[in-house]
Design a protein around this ligand. Structure first.
Ligand SMILES: Nc1nc(O)c(N)c(N[C@@H]2O[C@H](COP(=O)(O)O)[C@@H](O)[C@H]2O)n1
Length: 164
């Protein structure tokens, strides 16, 4: 049997947080993707995207990092960074979240329009809708850790407090 609960004869009003989903760089919030073309400067060097920088940091070998930095497309950087032809730095799992945090800070403090876009999401839940990524994204079934979304929301709080 279907039951409808009425409060004072009205439908109950439930406040749900706004949801901001992103994945495709051409979508409304595509700028939040690490593949979006917003260059960052890290340690005195410019990187075409956060993805280029993040993928290159998987390796200690400077020439390999530079090869990744020079790749024309972020997707190519991701393929190379994920390749197991190259030796992954042994501490990668320990350092990767801090590397991402720093890179995101740089991205959103360097580019004012996307900083405002992030701030204007207010208190929305931000989710990287990456079906194959259960670490940075929400995964196919929503059970992913959504670490990129969490770091973006953490950064948003910092930026919002700074603007007050
Ligand atoms: N656009 C896009 N496609 C995918 O297949 C993805 N997994 C992601 N997520 C991004 O991938 C980066 C991390 O990947 P690895 O840790 O090297 O597997 C990170 O930028 C995620 O946001 N995005």
């Amino acid at each position: 049997m279907k039951t409808t609960v009425l409060l004072n004869g009205k439908q109950p009003h439930i406040c749900l947080p706004k949801l901001v989903l992103f994945y495709d760089v051409n979508g409304t919030y595509g700028a939040f993707s690490n593949l979006a073309p917003y260059p960052i400067e890290q340690d005195g060097v410019w990187w075409p995207t956060v993805e280029h920088h993040f993928q290159a940091q998987k390796f200690h070998e400077p020439s390999l990092r530079e090869r990744i930095r020079q790749l024309p497309f972020a997707e190519q950087a991701a393929v190379m960074g994920r390749s197991r032809h190259f030796l992954l730095r042994p501490d990668w799992e320990d350092v990767k979240y801090e590397i991402m945090r720093r890179a995101l800070y740089c991205k959103f403090t360097t580019h004012a329009p996307i900083r405002e876009l992030l701030i204007e999401t207010g208190e929305a839940l931000i989710i990287e809708d990456a079906r194959d990524d259960y670490c940075w994204g929400c995964g196919r079934d929503g059970s992913g850790r959504n670490m990129l979304g969490l770091l973006l929301m953490e950064l948003r709080t910092v930026l919002q407090q700074r603007e007050r």
